[in-house]
Every structure is written in structure tokens, then in C-alpha cells.
Design a protein around this ligand. Structure first.
Ligand SMILES: [Zn+2]
Length: 278
């Protein structure tokens, strides 16, 4: 047998000069390598097609406005200063339009700095810009609708999201209450975070807590003390709008004005969505 001859050290003859068994074996090997080459060629063609498909897909960036409008005389908390937006001069009078505004640092859609409730707390310009921008999560507590007035927002309602409530996370919860903006009830009947829930969120070490109510809780003093305490220092974003247009994950941006040494600022809050389109 050829194999025996080969093992004995003698040169092997070309397969076509070998036994019928050798010829068959050589032909099977040749067929196998042809099949492998074909498989490889097919795989390459398929991957080229795949690349073409991914090339055709584009990412489109979409911005969603999360701020309520600022308007002269609009409702706010009765103890806050009234917003005033007054024409100061016009094109007819001096050649350009210029307006005088006067309002609280907590007018409309805005954020709170720790100094709002602590004299030794951080002021706006002491908070890094990264705290106002980045990956965010929506916790929708009223999918497709809105919560009844004064609904307590309990610890139990946030627990299912514990995986998302990580150190530094930006978390925005939705109650559907933004539809009441402009009505007195917006400031008196809003769904309200329980102090247990506030303590739970603070214990998770999140970095930003946003909401569509004018303040997190009717127990506003205690709640702000929990969320803004030294070492907790959550950026609180209040009175957000249009949260019903958001997916679970998005990029949040809401920068305060750089008002030196102060406690809060209106913001133009925006959600940035990167969507794949064909
Ligand atoms: Zn505020």
C-alpha cells in the first residue's frame, strides 16, 4: 500500500499513478479545498453586501425642546418675584430692538444649585459643565397619560429602575404634569416626591434629577435639603416640558446662565436624539 511505502521513506508517486484508493483520496482532498475556497469567496461577497447596507444607514440628530416658554407676567409660585419682559427700546426709537427682563432665578424651566438651600453650598459657576450635559434616562411614571393631582411618588415607583440609578446618572422623571403649566394648579396640585423616595434617590448617588413638576415635593424644604446636601449635591431640574416625546435613553443638555455666586437659573433644556434611518 502507498501509505506503507511512504512511511518506509520512499518517494510517493503522483496520485494519478497511485492505486485507485489513492486517486479517490486525492480527489476528495481537492474537492474539499475547492469547496473551502468557494465558501470563503461567498462569505466575502456577503460581508461586502453587509457593508453596503450599513453604509446606506444614516444617523440623524434630532433635538427636542424640553423648556416651557418665558412670558411676561406668567404664573409662578406666589412668593416668587413676577416675571417682567418689557420693551426697552425699538428699531423705530433707537435703531434696534432691546428688551428688559426681570425674573427670579427659578422662573419656568430652570435648575437649582446647592446654594439655593445652603449658604455654604455650591453656586452656579462652581458646578462643572458636565453636570448639565450627558447621557440621561427617562423614568416615565405615567406612560401615555398623566398622574392624578397630588399623587405621592413613592420609593416603590423608583425601585424598578434601580439598575439605571447609578452614581452620577442623570435621571428625569415624568408625571405628565407639564400639561398644567400656565394654570394655578400647576403650582398647587402637582404629584409630589415622598421624602423616602428622595432619600432613596440621594442614596443612589445620582448626579441630576429632572421633573415636569414645578418643584419635586410639597415638603419642599426637607426634600431640597435631602437632594442638595453636602456630598449629595444633585442638580435639580424643575418644570421640564415635552417629556412624552422622549425615549428611555437620550442625551440631556440644560446649561444655566453664568450668574456669579447665585442659586439657580432658567435653562433652555434640550434632549438630543441620534436616530438611525435607512
Ligand atoms: Zn428651583
Amino acid at each position: 500500500m502507498g501509505r506503507e511505502r511512504s512511511r518506509s521513506g520512499k518517494a510517493e508517486p503522483p496520485f494519478w499513478l497511485g492505486s485507485a484508493e489513492q486517486v479517490i483520496e486525492a480527489s476528495v482532498t481537492a474537492q474539499r479545498s475547492i469547496r473551502q475556497a468557494l465558501d470563503q469567496a461567498i462569505a466575502e461577497v456577503l460581508s461586502l453586501n453587509d457593508n453596503r447596507v450599513t453604509h446606506r444607514r444614516r444617523t440623524v440628530r434630532r433635538l427636542i425642546d424640553l423648556s416651557h416658554p418665558l412670558e411676561h407676567g406668567q404664573l409662578n409660585f406666589p412668593s416668587d418675584p413676577k416675571i417682567s419682559v418689557v420693551v426697552h427700546n425699538t428699531i423705530q426709537s433707537i435703531g434696534y430692538n432691546i428688551t428688559e427682563i426681570s425674573m427670579s432665578t427659578h422662573q419656568g424651566t430652570h435648575l437649582d444649585a446647592p446654594y439655593h438651600f445652603f449658604d455654604d453650598g455650591k453656586t452656579l459657576e462652581q458646578i462643572p459643565l458636565e453636570r448639565f450635559y450627558g447621557a440621561a434616562t427617562l423614568v416615565d411614571l405615567a406612560p401615555g397619560g398623566s398622574l392624578p393631582p397630588k399623587t405621592p411618588l413613592t420609593l416603590k415607583m423608583f425601585e424598578p429602575y434601580s439598575d439605571l440609578l447609578r452614581t452620577g446618572a442623570k435621571v428625569i422623571y415624568r408625571t405628565g404634569w407639564d400639561r398644567m403649566f400656565g394654570h394655578p394648579e400647576f403650582f398647587s396640585e402637582f404629584p409630589t416626591l415622598t421624602l423616602d423616595a428622595a432619600r432613596y434617590l440621594a442614596s443612589r448617588g445620582i448626579g441630576l434629577l429632572g421633573m415636569d413638576t414645578p418643584t419635586p415635593s410639597v415638603d419642599w424644604m426637607e426634600c431640597h435639603h435631602i437632594l442638595l446636601a453636602k456630598g449629595v449635591e444633585i442638580v435639580i431640574v424643575e418644570a421640564l416640558a415635552n417629556l412624552d416625546q422622549l425615549p428611555r435613553h437620550f442625551t440631556f443638555a440644560g446649561f444655566p446662565l453664568k450668574i456669579t455666586g447665585r442659586d439657580g437659573s432658567p435653562i433652555r433644556a434640550v434632549a438630543i436624539l441620534d436616530e438611525d434611518v435607512d
